[in-house]
Design a protein around this ligand. Sequence first.
Ligand SMILES: NC(=O)c1ccc[n+]([C@@H]2O[C@H](COP(=O)([O-])OP(=O)(O)OC[C@H]3O[C@@H](n4cnc5c(N)ncnc54)[C@H](O)[C@@H]3O)[C@@H](O)[C@H]2O)c1
Length: 346
Amino acid sequence: MSGLRVAVVGAGSWGRNHVRAIAALREADLVAVCDLDPARRDAVARQYPGTLVTASLDDALARAEAVVVASAAATHVEITEAAIERGLPVLVEKPFALSLEAATRVAMKADASGVPLLVGHLLLFHPAVERLRAMIAADELGTVYYLYSQRVNLGQVRPDENALWSFGPHDISVALFLLGEAPISVAAHGRSYLQPGIEDVVFLIMQFASGVMAHVQMSWLDPHKERRLTVVGAKRMVVFDDMQPREKLKVFDKGVDRPPEYRSYGESLAVREGDIYLPRVPNVEPLSQELAHFVMVARGTEPPRADAWSGVEVVAILEAASRSLREEGRVVEIAPRARTQHSEKA
Ligand SMILES: NC(=O)c1ccc[n+]([C@@H]2O[C@H](COP(=O)([O-])OP(=O)(O)OC[C@H]3O[C@@H](n4cnc5c(N)ncnc54)[C@H](O)[C@@H]3O)[C@@H](O)[C@H]2O)c1
């Protein structure tokens, strides 16, 4: 079988990784790259002489069997809709859309036309996240009590989306993927220090019906570069540290147990300090995994791991969190409709 003919729209600092990874993928051919910026086009054209490099979306889509949308967030909906109208399967980068209304419209359009759509929730393709999910599903952690993640660094300061919309899709999609449920409410605090109205620092808390609580710290104004998730379960605790070159998952066989028999209340809770171990996680690039999956999705041989409705679910959470941000951390409930659609599809 010849490679799937893929066009990439948007070859900026992230899109060029898609360009590189698609060019390297055996199952795909990079047939076109579309970008409005002549300097970006020049850089791509020099590296990939056999690829059409153009400012015209129409010309790029005309050559393709499938499309990767990695342009600026504000353009995702319009370009995704154009691809769907041509019947082209789409991988759209996060954030899927900038409003729940637009995300829902795109998802309905994809459903109505039967066009496969994958949302670029990259971390769902991270082997450490896949392993962590398998551990939770196999009850190796026991009941999950709570989780928290830190996604902080210095820059890239974005002019059109805040730290919540830029970083949040990663941690929110991972939380939903690990827990298999969507939050019932969110609350967020944040501040804009560098640009008026664009929060550089956001603290988000999500509450789930099961009792799980998840906290996400997001910032591009921080001296540390952290990409860390901690999951605390009744039996074990796990840290996923994506800044570690190799030992990305660390399992702590630690907890606080309640022995079956005890004499006084003080003895009823016993701290257990067990082993710490490092599960072996394959060293594969999540982006290549995501794109290989996209080829299968486009060919109709695999269902999308993050379909349009899971994109809607994440946008619903982002939108509710934005409302909470504007209202100084008020608890905002998530509309059950968005939740139901997600769990029905799961
Ligand atoms: N999945 C991930 O891990 C990840 C990481 C970084 C960024 N992203 C997402 O990828 C997207 C792009 O981010 P970036 O960092 O590359 O931004 P960027 O600003 O560096 O690049 C955006 C590119 O899109 C081009 N563009 C804008 N409008 C266009 C249009 N209508 N048609 C064609 N090209 C257009 C711009 O010229 C620019 O080259 C954002 O949505 C971002 O959130 C995802």
